[in-house]
Structure formats: C-alpha cells, structure tokens
Design a protein. Structure first.
Length: 582
C-alpha cells in the first residue's frame, strides 16, 4: 500500500495513537536512515503493524474488516484451502453470486488474489484485516478435538498393537515398531497439533487403570482433553520416546528429552519429562514456541512508573536484575523480553540455562549438563572468560552460583537471573540464607521484580461495582487506595474518582472464550533498591521490613497491581486472588 510520507504523518497525528513529539522524533530518524515513518514507529514500539495497516487503509479508502467476532460459514471458508490461507494470510469470508470477499494482511499481494480467482472462478474483492482476525479465522479450519479423536479412535483403535506395557521381555525393536504403527503416529500427531492450536503450555498424558487421560494446561489451568483406550498407552509412550531420542526399554527411571515440530504457523519445541507411575509411564510435555518473539514489557503487564524503573535498570552496565516467583509464573519470558531490549549490535550477551527454552539471534546460549559436571557455577566460571557485557543465568539455586553472579556484577557485567521466592522483598533474605554477604547485595542489586500470571478477560465481560463491605473481604482498604492512586497518576480515571465509583468486571463465557478468559498477563511488584532499603538490608534484612519501606516509597505490591488491572478490565478480582493465594 503506497501512501506518501506526508499523508501518512498527517493521518497518524490525526489518529491520536502516537504523541506528536514521538512522531516528530521518528520522522527525523526516518529521514536520516532513509526508512519510512511507519517502519520507525513500529520498530520503536510507538505503533503496531495492525494500527499502521488501519491508517493506511483509511488513507487509501480500502474497507477494513474485523473477523474476530465473525463465524465464517465452512462452505465459504473452505473455498481457500487451509495451507494457502495460512501461508498467504488470506481468508474467504463473504460470497455473492459472482464475487468473493477476502480478508488479507496485504491487499497488494496480487499473486494470491489471482490464484484464488483462478481456483474459484469468482471476482475477488480484497479487504484489509488484522493479524488477530486472521488467527481467529484459521482456528475455524480446525475440527474440534473431540470430533477428530473420535474419528481416529473409531477407525484406528482396532488396529493398535496390543501389548502388556509392563512386559519386561519386549525388545527395543518391538517397541520401535509399535512407535511407528500408523494409528499411534496419528494419535500422537493429533495430540500435539491440537495442543499448538489451542495455545496450551503443557500436555499431560496420564496412564490410569483402564484408560489414558490426556490433559492440556491452557492459560495456567488444566483441562481434560480426551480419554484414550488403555491399549494405546505403550505405543504413545514409545512414539514420544522415539521423537525425543530416549531409551525405549527403560521404564524404571525418569527420562528427559526434547523434540521439535513445525506447523504452517508455528515452530514449537517440546520439552519432555517421563516419570514411572503405578499404572505406567506418565508424560508431561512443555510447549516452547520458538516463533513467539515480539513481546514487549508493556504487553507483559508492566506500566507507569514501574515500567520506567525497569528501563532505568536496563540502562545500567553493571549490577543484578532479579525476577522472582514460583514455577510457571512467566519469569523466563520476562527475562527474554529484557534481553531482547538489550540485544543490540554493540553488546555481547551470554547465557547459562537449564534448559535453553527460547532461541535468540546474536545471543550465546549454553545449557547446563549436571551429569557431566557442567553446572550453573562451573558454566558461569567459564562464561565470564568469554568477554560478555551481559550475562543471563537461568536460575540462582545455590550459594556458589549466587556468589559468582555477585562477583560478575562487581567486575563490570550486567547480570539477569531468576530466583524462587514468593515476593520481590523475599529474594534478599533468600540470598543471604545462601551465604551472600549483605554488603555485597547492597552494592550489586539494582531491581527485583516479583510476578505472577493471571488470565485475561475476553472482550465480552460484565461490569459491576462493589461497596466497602465487599472490598474489605477481598483486600485491605490501603491496597485499593494504592491501586486508585496509580490509576490517577496514569490518568486512566477522572480526577476526583473515589473507591466506591470504581467498576470491576466478571468473565462472560461464550464463543472462543469457554470460561470468559483468553491468554495471560503478569501482575508485578518492582522493588528498586533505594538508600533506605540498603540500610535495612545491611541491618535487619527481613522481607517484611524491606517490603514496608518499599511501599512507603511507592511500590505497588502484586495484589495492588492486580487490583489496578481488575479496574482496567484486564482481569477479574477472582483471578487476582487465585494468583496471589496460590
């Protein structure tokens, strides 16, 4: 779509999506680097690609369609085969007698338009849409999991090779043949593919006495997906062991492995854990999307002064930035988002991880291997000799790793890492328990981020208000006051708005949102190390005293940040309380 730079600048200003000073700065940069204004605004995060598309469509007079809430009839959708729709981002959504309306991300993709025209014999009317609409429409190509499994089990269950999975006489070759049986291959492939489509983070395959239970963890909550015949258990385990390059005949010991799978839209790495149980081997697979780049701190849930504190810490060339929280709270994603910000041509970033969860360009990533003595501490000793500017340590688990991280920060490196504690303030006494001297922590820690994940409400949500009696049952009044103050500071509510005036939101199940939620966002507390907090660290070092001082200095706790997001309609009060009390 060709729009002159002058027209584009005028319409971006008129749209009000970007501040005038940011537009002027981007305009200067665009002229200097001989790039378009739109590309610069997208690269610095001021404008999304979809927003730019909408503006360009408006300038050129091209109709824009939103398919997110639109159920396309299957006979119209199937006019364009799914592989073509995925590859070229083109969706058929409306048909008249001799014309077909198609939604596209690039209406100037004339080759795709001509291809669809030849296939359908219809006049093609191109309409612009956004990436979310395309994703929604592509999901409609997928049959329901239950229907597809029903078809497979009905047609293939009789063909599955029946064996006693506890039979010790089964050879490795026999197990390999089982893993290559067509019914087993189809079942496992369908399990994996639907987990990707449904944005699952984990797959649980659990053997029971008479059946095999398959569950997906979606947005942090486990859901039953399907039960399979018990006869399929041994073959499924064998198939996943073959994919993960594990020992087929080892059934007494736990095993860990990894494999990759590519679909038209995603490249996914599966981290496999196999554990012997009473009824057979249980499998848990963690899905790690290698194409899931492009997170920003804002999209992860950081906002206001908290966001500025993170950016300020990232600008330092020495010190430690810690992310704290339990397993599955999004710590690694936050770390990688920070590394993405720091990943420029003039720095050397090296990591030591267990395991490497995401692969990043221009980052030197190393995976520990305790079986051969290659631990976090031994790897970190070698890593500091690799002339890094920035070091990422997957997790600080022991005193030796903590001491090496402190030493690296003292000798001119910026260190990013995670630690398992329930709060940001709790990280300090935890490190002291590991044997780190308080005066060293005072010299090196820049900021500690505590976080949890809550589910996002879908657009179709119900607004309601609560009185003081109901508020007192949820959280102390001071927590609501802190959230209200933050809302005022960020000008998200009118001046003079009081607690009784605040609205909250409930989930409304329906459509793609079975329980009213879709995807997740973080709730955070950002502990910046001030001079007063340094004094506490040197003397008492209790998490209560540190948190109390931080709150006096304006820190929003995770609960308060959750209340802030509940008022904004991002999540619900129930979700906040679930995440905080878990």
């Amino acid at each position: 779509m060709h729009v002159s730079e002058g027209e584009l600048k005028k319409f971006i200003i008129d749209s009000g999506l970007v501040a005038r000073k940011d537009i002027d700065a981007a305009d200067k940069e665009a002229k200097k680097e001989e790039k378009s204004l739109g590309d610069i605004l997208i690269s610095n995060g001021s404008l999304t690609e979809d927003a730019l598309r909408r503006i360009q469509a408006y300038v050129l007079g091209i109709p824009f369609v939103n398919l997110k809430d639109h159920q396309v009839p299957i006979d119209i959708l199937s006019l364009i085969p799914e592989p073509i729709a995925r590859t070229h981002n083109i969706i058929a959504f409306k048909k008249d007698n001799d014309s077909l309306e198609v939604a596209m991300l690039d209406v100037e993709d004339l080759a795709s338009i001509e291809s669809v025209k030849k296939k359908t014999g219809l006049k093609i009317l191109a309409r612009l849409t956004d990436t979310e609409s395309i994703k929604h429409a592509l999901l409609q190509y997928q049959k329901s999991l239950k229907d597809e499994f029903g078809d497979i089990i009905a047609t293939e269950s009789g063909k599955i090779r029946i064996v006693n999975e506890n039979d010790k006489d089964i050879s490795g070759n026999d197990l390999k043949k089982m893993a290559e049986d067509l019914p087993i291959v189809r079942i496992v492939d369908t399990l994996l593919r639907h987990a990707i489509v449904q944005d699952a983070s984990d797959i649980h395959i659990e053997p029971m006495e008479t059946e095999v239970l398959v569950r997906y963890r979606i947005d942090g909550i486990l859901h039953d997906a399907m039960t399979l015949p018990k006869v399929a258990a041994a073959g499924i385990v064998a198939r996943i062991k073959v994919l993960s390059n594990l020992k087929l005949d080892e059934k007494r010991l736990p095993q860990d492995g990894r494999f990759k799978m590519e679909t038209e839209a995603d490249r996914v790495s599966f981290r496999v854990s196999i554990l012997p149980t009473f009824f057979g081997e249980k499998i848990v697979m963690r899905l790690l999307r290698e194409t899931g780049e492009g997170f920003t701190l804002e999209s992860l849930g950081f906002h206001g002064n908290r966001l500025e504190q993170i950016h300020s810490a990232l600008k330092k060339t020495t010190g430690i930035i810690l992310i704290s929280g339990p397993t599955g709270s999004g710590k690694t994603t936050t770390l990688y988002t920070m590394m993405d910000i720091l990943n420029t041509a003039n720095v050397n970033i090296s990591t030591i991880e267990d395991p490497v969860e995401y692969q990043m360009k221009r980052v030197n990533q190393t995976q520990v291997n305790p079986q051969i003595g290659f631990t976090f501490s031994s790897g970190l000793r070698s890593l500091v000799r690799q002339d890094p500017d920035i070091i990422m340590i997957g997790e600080i688990r022991d005193g030796e790793t903590a001491s090496l991280a402190i030493n690296a920060a003292l000798t001119g490196h910026l260190v990013l890492s995670t630690i398992h504690t329930n709060s940001a303030a709790g990280a300090i006494p935890r490190l002291i328990d590991m044997g780190v001297e308080p005066f060293l922590l005072v010299s090196t820690i820049r900021v500690i981020v505590g976080q949890r994940l809550v589910r996002r409400l879908c657009d179709n949500k119900k607004e309601f208000t609560i009185d003081k009696i109901a508020r007192d049952k949820i959280a102390p009044e001071e927590s609501f006051d802190a959230a209200l103050k933050s809302l005022h500071e960020e000008k998200l509510i009118k001046a003079g708005t009081k607690l009784d005036d605040l609205s909250f939101y409930k989930p409304v199940p329906g459509g793609e949102c079975e329980d009213g939620y879709k995807s997740r966002v973080g709730i955070h507390e950002i502990l910046s190390i001030s001079s007063a907090i340094r004094e506490i660290m040197l003397h008492t070092s209790t998490s209560e005293a540190i948190e109390e001082q931080a709150k006096k200095e304006g820190m929003l706790t995770m609960l308060e940040d959750g209340l802030y997001k509940a008022v904004c309609g991002i999540t619900s009060l129930e979700e906040v309380l679930r995440a905080i009390t878990e």
